[in-house]
Design a protein around this ligand. Structure first.
Ligand code: BDP
Length: 345
């Protein structure tokens, strides 16, 4: 989709969403409930909500979103309908987050990367090399502190429901990258937050924050030299067809977050909140299973397509180079960094 068309559809969807939510929360059709049901105040109401995701239809997060929607529908006996809008069709992540804060879009699945500009605690996930492995990351995400971080979104008008998997992010470029030194002077697209800008500066490159949907054409036209992401995104967004040098440095593990607009959430009955929360938690299993599958498939595709892959055996030189970033933010994130360290044991 052209940028102008995309913007128009994002604006249209805001207007549309706003009227939808008015209809939903203003108390539409109260379906009579069977006797013995003395549930909370909005029980029996029907809702039609939208969930935005930047990824295409068969991507693990979208499959997770769909599982979530299906479970909500089932648990509410068809009263709560959630339609999934993939492909960034409701706007890029930053503008979707803004729409969610307003209540114009009711649900979204976004990366913690862009969320960091809206909710400072989530910035911690953009710090480099804080997790040793997927196990370490998930041990933290499932810990009390990890759950508390989801809840911290409330201060920014969002209700965090669940984490989804997003693996580890690595650099890729149209120019060769054989070691950490080769990023020097390269223009690298990053997710939109300040920590990422500091990260690229520490590596000697220049950061270009921009929405995900613009990365492919920017690589093609040379607006940027490279970018960084997990391998499923590198493949599904076709970046691997243009930026054919991949270095598996795994500098970040930035989880995905499934969340609701707090404006919408606060109007739901306790029973409906419970339904939605349970469905979100249950959908994690689907997303993570799809994630594992897609990581393997992407790896295969990359190997078959002539991408030059450099494995990083020793991340020490990378860690040393990005240390100024950790030093800059250590005090801000002390509590959570301690909890992440504790999850290592
Ligand atoms: C992907 C995330 C997606 C982000 C994208 C990005 O799944 O939500 O938008 O990275 O780099 O891994 O912007």
């Amino acid at each position: 989709m052209k940028k102008s068309t995309k913007r128009l559809s994002a604006t249209l969807s805001t207007v549309l969403g706003a009227s939808l939510i008015l209809a939903a929360c203003g108390g539409t059709a109260d379906k009579a409930k069977t006797d013995g049901d003395k549930g909370a105040k909005s029980e029996g109401k029907t809702y039609s909500f939208r969930l935005a995701d930047t990824h295409p239809d068969n991507y693990p997060t979208v499959l997770g979103d769909k599982k979530f929607a299906e479970l909500v529908n089932k648990k509410s006996d068809g009263r709560i309908k959630i339609s999934v809008f993939p492909n960034g069709s409701l706007g890029d992540e930053k503008s979707v987050i803004e729409q969610v804060q307003l209540g114009a879009v009711e649900f979204t699945r976004v990366s913690a990367g862009p969320l960091a500009e809206f909710s400072k605690p989530l910035g911690v996930f953009s710090l480099p090399y804080i997790f040793d492995s997927s196990e370490h990351e998930w041990k933290f995400l499932n810990s009390d502190k990890g759950k508390e971080m989801l809840k911290s979104l409330e201060a920014s008008k969002m209700e965090g429901l669940a984490y989804y998997d997003s693996g580890a992010r690595s650099f890729y470029s149209t120019k060769p990258i054989k070691s950490v030194d080769d990023l020097k002077g390269q223009k690298i697209r990053v997710q939109q937050n300040q920590i990422n800008i500091d990260l690229i500066a520490a590596l000697g490159g220049s950061a270009t924050p921009m929405p995900y949907g613009e990365v492919f054409s920017s690589l093609q036209t040379g607006v940027i030299d490279g970018a960084e992401n997990n391998t499923p995104s590198y493949v599904s967004a076709n970046h691997y067809q243009v930026a054919k040098n991949l270095i598996l440095d795994g500098h970040q593990r930035v989880p995905e977050i499934l969340l609701a607009s707090k404006t919408v959430w606060d109007k739901l009955s306790d029973a409906d909140k419970k339904i939605i929360q349970e469905a979100a938690t249950e959908s994690v299993k689907t997303e993570r299973a799809e994630w594992d599958k897609m990581e393997k498939d992407s790896q295969k595709k990359i190997e078959e397509s002539g991408v030059k892959i450099v494995e990083v055996k020793d991340v020490k030189p990378w860690q040393n180079k990005v240390k100024p970033v950790i030093d800059k933010y250590r005090a801000d994130y002390k509590d959570v960094l301690d909890a992440i360290d504790a999850a290592r044991k």
